[in-house]
Design a protein around this ligand. Sequence first.
Ligand code: AMP
Ligand code: MG
Length: 342
Amino acid sequence: MVPQEILVSFVRPVVMDRVEIESFLRKRFRDIKKPKMRSVLRIQDEVLSGLRDFLRGEGFVEILAPIIGPVTDPGIRGARQVSFDYYGHRFKIMSSMILYKQMVISSLDKTFALSPNVRLEPEATLATGRHLSEFRQLDLEVAEVSYFDVMELGERMVHYVCDRVKRQRAEDLKRLGRELRSHSPPFRRMSHAEAVDLLRSEGFEVRREEEIPWDAEEALSAMFDEPFWIYDYPLTARGFYDLEDPERPGILRDFDLMYPEGFGEAVSGGEREYQLEGVLARMRATGQDPSQYGWYLDMLREGIRRSAGFGIGIERLTRYICGVENIWDAVPFPKVPGIASL
Ligand code: AMP
Ligand code: MG
């Protein structure tokens, strides 16, 4: 439980048990007719066109995302991947298209895709208010830039979209009772080590070498009233594709963006490990079997460009902008961890 005195303002997921959620979601065909849901969907439409307009203005080229493939993102923090038989081969549904983005960057300097992802998240995430088992990321990648460059891009993008929704969808925000603040970049930045210190000073048990646990992430997010960055995660916290800083062994050149008010993580990203030897060493260290990564390792053998990028969850962005408690109210047809409803 988060101590109330450290909170600036706070959204809490509505606590419902599994049976309640299941029957509630089965009636989505009723809820979708309600004015509040209509406002959420109209805002989501504005978010999507805002993201696309912003990125096109920055010179990005949109590509079509893969849905299935022999390999996908292994760094998905406790969630299971979905695999199935594909003409006698084991294929996976994309948990993220990170490995494919690294291919495209050899052709286009700046690219993005609206990527559908499936992750069978632990059932405990039902209570976080921010986990779905099917969701969409706007996944982008930029060649030959640093992680600070894409952080700067990301904060301008979030600001642009929030500002645009406030201007174009004021009526819908009002109907939802959401007073969305518009925060101008630059956003505050703190290192992972600083975030851990801050959480420890508030009594949270957080380990230096890991991702921040979900309850602590929510508490940290609730301590601020504007979005903020956490950067330089420890090597042990992430998948094999985030680049270790050559000058600071054990530290990754990567980041997360946090929404304020308890909404939690918005974005994860970083610079990419792009050299074959580095990737192989990291695969071994993270328990991945290189023989599963056929085309990806062939590609690295021929050489790829350096790049940096990130993914921003569309449903989480909608949840934050609309101020809805649970992420399943930020998507028309929610797939919720552990619940088979619609
Ligand atoms: P990741 O690289 O795993 O951090 O995923 C990138 C972004 O996708 C996150 O920062 C979230 O915005 C979003 N995301 C990740 N997992 C989920 C999930 N289970 N449900 C909804 N959004 C998610
Ligand atoms: Mg993340």
